[in-house]
Design a protein around this ligand. Structure first.
Ligand code: SF4
Length: 289
């Protein structure tokens, strides 16, 4: 059961580093960790499941944009016509669905606000770096991938599959998309996280076996437009990312082992920095918020 529960993704590791208490509630107790789920007879377990799924509105909007981006890419790949009208309807339906799931109620004005703020990101995809070239002669071949597909490293699930892969000449471009960036150039940790894609690519039998034949891209929305960052793969980058991944998996395994069913959830440690509390679903119940 423990082996199954170890999942690596940049967002999980970030949550663990930002606040161990939130991580334990969300990913050790909730979402498959402790038995019982949202209907557990232990109130704290049921609550951890429910509150762990709560998201602030901006997170919900980002998620619906990501779904819209996925649709856009898939339609481009299939050579289907992307229509602004139906994409907007689809986004509205998704915003409504996620608000219902997260808050139990739908405020029509809020839905309108979220769609009008988020939708320009979809219409701007045609001008995004690299994405604007898909389907043109400049790109020899490409295909969308499913980043939610698990890639196994030992007994751990590692979420590192790129959002799409493209071949231009003899280079393979591994693309990570982000519907919201805070800076164009990834910081050192983010570059190591992106480098884990190299491990995935090198393990794929149909792809080249040299890191230098890959180019890693991060394309994301920043200040009203899609911006790209790219860097050539290297053995040094791949090895450094591997070291980070091994370290992260060790930390994740430790926190899961240390927080089995007999732990007192009220005693869980938090980071002193309260800046991460604003988007936490446990905020209203947390004695440290
Ligand atoms: S409210 Fe703040 S301190 Fe409490 S679990 Fe959430 S992030 Fe941690």
């Amino acid at each position: 059961m423990l082996a199954k529960s170890i999942v690596w993704s940049p967002s999980r590791v970030r949550m663990l580093n930002e606040c161990p208490r939130r991580y334990v509630h969300s990913h050790v107790v909730g979402r498959g960790g402790w038995p019982g789920g949202p209907k557990s007879h232990i109130p704290k377990v049921a609550q951890a499941w429910q509150l762990g799924n709560k998201r602030i509105h901006s997170d919900l909007m980002i998620r619906t944009i990501s779904d819209g981006v996925k649709d856009w890419i898939l339609m481009k790949y299939r050579d289907d016509n992307w229509s602004e009208h139906s994409a907007k309807n689809q986004m509205t339906a998704r915003v409504r669905g996620s608000l219902r799931e997260s808050c139990g109620e739908i405020d029509d004005n809020l839905v309108k606000e979220m769609v009008s703020e988020g939708f320009p990101r979809l219409t701007a995809l045609e001008r995004a770096p690299l994405l604007s070239q898909l389907g043109s002669e400049r790109v020899d071949e490409w295909m969308p991938l499913n980043r939610l597909e698990a890639y196994w490293v030992g007994n751990s699930r590692v979420y590192t599959v790129p959002d799409l892969i493209a071949r231009i000449g003899d280079k393979w471009h591994l693309v990570r998309l982000s519907s919201q960036l805070w800076r164009r150039v990834p910081n050192e940790t983010q570059q190591l996280e992106l480098g884990v894609m190299l491990k995935w690519a090198l393990d794929e039998p149909s792809l080249p076996n040299s890191p230098e034949q890959f180019v890693i891209h991060r394309i994301g929305w920043l200040n009203h437009r899609w911006l790209g960052w790219r860097n050539r793969g290297s053995a040094v980058w791949k090895d450094a990312s591997q070291v980070m991944l091994t370290h992260d998996l060790k930390e994740l395994r430790f926190i899961h082992l240390a927080n089995k069913g007999d732990v007192d959830l009220d005693d869980l440690a938090t980071n002193n920095n309260k800046q991460h509390c604003s988007n936490c679903g446990f905020k209203n119940e947390c004695p440290r918020a």
